[in-house]
Design a protein around this ligand. Sequence first.
Ligand code: ADQ
Length: 456
Amino acid sequence: MGRLVVVSNRVAVPRELRAGGLAGAMQAALSQRGGLWFGWSGRIAAAPADAPRMETVGPITFALTDLTRADYEAYYLGYANRALWPLFHYQPNLVEFSRSNLEGYLRVNRRFAAQLAGLLRDDDTVWIHDYHLIPLAGELRALGIGARIGFFLHIPLPAVDLMAMLPGHRRLIESLADYDLVGLQTPADRHALCDYFERECGATPEDGGMRLRNGRSLRIEAFPISIDTALIARLAASGSTHAATRGLVASLQGRALAIGVDRLDYSKGLPERFDAFGRFLERHVERRRQISMMQIAPLTREDVPEYRELRERLERMAGATNGQYAEPDWVPIRYINRSFQQATLAGYYRVAQIGLVTPLRDGMNLVAKEFVAAQSADDPGVLVLSRFAGAANELSGALIVNPHDVDDTADAIEQALAMPLEERRARWRSMFDHLSRHDIAAWRDAFLAALEQSRR
Ligand code: ADQ
């Protein structure tokens, strides 16, 4: 078996290889076969480098390339995060399209291909990740690369009519046909992509994918991403006795905790969640002082104006709710903009009675799965989950809500608080068993097995 080559927009070279998360799963696969991980270093350079910088950690070689300021603005901020991200998350009103950003996106993909091509061997298996790099296989093929290439989209794939709003959509989506396998998060995303190929490109459905007008087959499958379930469960069990968790529990003074953990992103439905918690307090006077909500929301993409505006809005909302309801010894919303170690988060999930995961759209949402994995079997908390998260497809033991309906989410918070222990256990058990079988290793192995079987 040849090497595995992973390509993602951003690559962080670890000091040592670790288990856990997507990076851990990739590192494990790269370690087994020996391999290469290519992508942006996160650095801005004055001029594009001719060749990537190589660093080796154990059996894995990392190939890192820098972006120029103009590339960063057009490719990363402009096209990937102000056109594709909002559109694919069903927010066309936030799309800022410009031809020069599109050109930057294509230029960076071409440059990545030129740099990567020099490192590839014919028997390599290449796995490309996410919306930043959709045209990369096409650029590699244009350079004569015949290796097997698979693509996985981590975010939702919107319905045809929405996709059609994007100038140049056809060229973008048709470039997926240069892959041997296209993986999506859910059957609904798979359906949307097949529907696009059928309606916009005249392709016909066939077993496992689509037959394109040029007679070639494209394999399209759903591979719902997951977590390292056993690791999170272990971290949560030991994390619950750590000082950070004990400090949190002590500060609650016996009150319940509802926890939210999300990057500060408009797709995550945070204003709607704050509103729902405020509505819950308004309608359930008897519950005031009995529960606090803790929202952990590290800042991301601060160079994008919509993210700065959202930050200001959430600060105002948290301040207003706390101003209205807080007591000298009780604050309804604890709002924190920083990151925590995985073990600390796992401990926090475990001591929470409610997990609030209410995105307006989300490819999967790993926090929902982490919350479930972190609960204790004896006294598990309840997950309140948006129907628009990919995870809702699998986690049917959650209380499924429509995040646009503030009263619906407020009702679910009350239902979760009042839920009898037996029901909590039964709901949790079905979800935990599912996540034990369908963990991140199973996801990775399923994708790679399908890729090994696919041939254009
Ligand atoms: P994200 O949009 O980043 O991922 P999510 O799936 O929830 O969303 O993953 C976030 C990860 O970051 C989780 O593992 C979480 O624990 C961690 N995290 C969040 N806040 C943190 C904090 N304050 N400190 C430390 N860690 C924190 C994209 C897509 C998702 C898809 C994933 C994987 O948008 O839909 O599930 O990729 O495919």
